[in-house]
Design a binder for this molecule. Structure first.
Ligand code: PXG
Length: 288
């Protein structure tokens, strides 16, 4: 495996960064998780746009153009012979001195890993997940805006640990007001009486690329999608529930907090959107 690191492709064993990198010292940096399907990088432009937004939010000036980053992502797949897989693009603040100020970091680092990913066992996609709501809340926009895909995921990692302690593979995170924000690495949708609902981004949900793809697909199929405030109550009483994310793709949820959702198996709308999503990913994207 070859990793792109600051201007060159190096062996995995040689892909090393400084212990003074503020990405390591403070989680100061940003990233994107991107998928490639059948030699097409799915919605690459949207991922790079979100990366630029994250960079702007944390006042990190990226010296690479959108076109350069796009080419490097594609080149990383080509170099590794990866036609189907997962790309992790990371921009760290770079090496500096001890102390929080990014002013000591003159040069951000760019890392691109092109690899495979399997987030959940295959049977979870056919049977659905049973998940839990955890105590750790999603950070509010006045702290670290959840729209920033930063290298500091401790908030979500705490929630993931709490999920595991409760015997679940994923967790619902609420915001400080008690509304549903999202899961630790996925956005959440429910279906109720034929209408699709998802937490509005203002509730602390990342504007997921997969979330938007599913909204677009549902709308184009004549389904109504509403971005709203949701509580656990609406999810417990939904007919269907599913999660979306680049790594997770689209996965059904059939239980939450010991309540069965719908009839306890993946619903018709979920299955329809799952099929439409897989149809779309194999036909939309930037060719390698
Ligand atoms: N919410 C959060 C907090 C995320 O990190 C998503 C939603 C889904 O967004 P996209 O754009 O991918 O549809 C993400 C992104 C993992 C992992 O290993 C998952 C993500 C990021 C980093 C790691 O599970 N998902």
């Amino acid at each position: 495996m070859k990793i792109y690191l600051d201007g060159q492709f190096v062996d995995k064993e040689d892909a090393k960064i400084s212990v003074f990198d503020h990405g390591l010292l403070y989680g100061d940096g940003i990233f994107e998780g991107i998928r490639v399907y059948k030699n097409c990088v799915y919605r690459l432009d949207e991922h790079l746009e979100r990366l630029e937004y994250s960079a702007k939010a944390i006042l990190l000036t990226m010296p690479w153009s959108r076109e350069e980053l796009s080419e490097l992502v594609c080149e990383s797949c080509r170099v590794n012979g990866l036609s189907d897989g997962y790309i992790r693009l990371i921009v760290t603040r770079g090496a500096g001195s001890l102390g929080l100020s990014p002013n000591s970091c003159p040069k951000p680092s760019l890392i691109i890993i092109a690899d495979k990913i399997a987030l959940y066992p295959p049977e979870c996609y056919t049977d659905g997940l049973s998940i839990v709501t955890v105590p750790t809340r999603r950070t509010g926009p006045a702290a670290l805006n959840p729209g920033v895909k930063s290298l500091n995921y401790l908030n979500n990692i705490m929630a993931k640990i709490e999920a595991a302690q409760a015997g679940a593979l994923e967790a619902i995170m609420l915001n400080d007001l008690g509304f549903v924000a999202e899961c630790t690495g996925d956005n959440l949708f429910i279906v109720h009486k034929g209408v699709i609902f998802t937490p509005d981004a203002s509730n602390g949900a990342l504007r997921g690329i997969t979330r938007q793809a599913v909204i677009d697909l549902a709308t184009s199929q004549g389904l109504e999608v509403r971005e709203v405030n949701l509580t656990r109550y609406e999810i417990w009483n939904a007919d269907e529930c599913f999660l979306t994310g680049t790594a997770a793709e689209l996965i059904p949820v059939v239980g939450l907090d010991s309540r069965t959702i719908g009839n306890g198996s993946p619903g018709a709308v979920t299955k329809k959107l799952h099929a439409a999503f897989h149809e779309e990913v194999s036909t939309h994207g930037t060719m390698l």
